[in-house]
Design a protein around this ligand. Structure first.
Ligand SMILES: Cc1cc2nc3c(=O)[nH]c(=O)nc-3n(C[C@H](O)[C@H](O)[C@H](O)COP(=O)(O)O)c2cc1C
Length: 299
């Protein structure tokens, strides 16, 4: 864990493709050998075109070791499997309908169905994604663009277990596939982020939170803002009140609970790295603000 943090102006280069104004100043880890999760959050982008070769054994071993020790938060049972198309003889098909090209290795998220399971499992999966980012590898959350049947052939699912998300993991290619060139790049909405004041609020949802009011939560909230979400919907909202943060989501089909797990992961990992104390707690009888759904608080 880093102990010293340097002040860094949020550089435009870090936010290439992110629309909101670059006014936010953030803290990033300094010193030590391994990059921080905050650095990984800033660096991560969805990569859909890979170099067309499998990861080397050492990298595979590092990823395996990391995902083996991961545990989903909130007491949820979840695991991540690493699947690979490692040789021509043992070629297995892991279809992505052309969305991903040149990837030989994939992470797959499996969890036991239970309340809050998707959110907790997504939290865990994002940790693996960030770990791989810090290894210099590309990833891309896939909730729709993959053949569940192909992947299920290589994963043993228990009775209550669900395969929900996969991600390629590998070295990004300089060339971009058709999807990245013509869909993602052409339409900025896939990579841009909503401005700070549209996502975070002070006391009520009529009152946008300013960066000054955010205080020491500025960087963790900024890391929430950078979280990936399905179709880049960014339907998480956070309310600051009496030094507590209340996390809400605008419900939408299929991925809202998963997106929330990623946002919670970014928030908590950043707090930990910055030494900000607190933990997640679901407060009872917390108020509802239609169409917003209360999820959890940081207290
Ligand atoms: C839960 C979830 C599901 C996603 N599913 C897909 C998918 O099926 N296909 C795809 O190309 N991208 C998928 N994405 C990637 C998002 O489109 C991407 O994260 C978002 O546009 C933001 O871009 P960025 O990841 O480059 O920051 C998914 C992301 C999340 C979080």
């Amino acid at each position: 864990m880093r102990t010293s943090f340097g002040f860094l102006k949020f550089q435009k280069s870090l936010r290439k493709g992110l629309d909101a104004p670059a006014t936010v100043a953030i803290f990033v880890g300094k010193g030590g050998n391994s990059p921080t999760m905050i650095e990984a959050i800033q660096k991560r982008r969805s990569v859909r075109t890979y170099m067309g070769k499998p990861l080397d054994d050492e990298t595979l071993a590092q990823i395996k070791q990391y995902i083996r020790q991961l545990q989903a938060p909130f007491g949820i049972q979840a695991r991540i499997e690493l699947l690979g198309i490692h040789s021509e003889e043992k070629r297995i098909k892991l279809g992505t309908y052309g969305w991903i090209q040149g990837a030989y290795d994939y992470l797959a998220l499996v969890y036991e169905e239970a309340p809050f399971a998707e959110t907790a499992a997504a939290y865990m999966f994002e940790q693996a994604v960030l770990f791989c980012t810090n290894l210099g590898l590309g990833t891309c959350w896939l909730g729709s663009s993959f053949s569940r049947n192909d992947f299920k052939k290589h994963i043993q699912l228990g009775e209550n277990e669900k395969l929900r998300i996969v991600s390629p993991v590998g070295h990004a290619s300089d060339k971009k596939n058709f999807i990245e060139k013509h869909i993602v790049k052409a339409d900025k909405k896939h990579v841009s982020r909503k401005p700070f004041g549209e996502l975070f609020f002070h006391k009520n949802f009529d009152n946008p939170l300013t960066e000054t009011q955010a205080g020491h939560f500025l960087t963790p909230l900024e890391m929430v803002r950078l979280a990936p979400s399905a179709n880049n919907k960014q339907e998480w909202r956070v309310l600051l009140e009496n030094n507590m943060l209340h996390f809400y989501k605008k419900p939408y089909p299929a991925f809202d609970t998963i997106d929330m797990g990623i946002a919670l992961c970014h928030f908590e990992l950043s707090c930990k790295e910055l030494g900000i104390e607190g933990n997640f707690k679901i407060l009872k009888d917390f108020y509802v603000r239609e169409p917003m759904e209360y999820v959890i608080s940081w207290v």
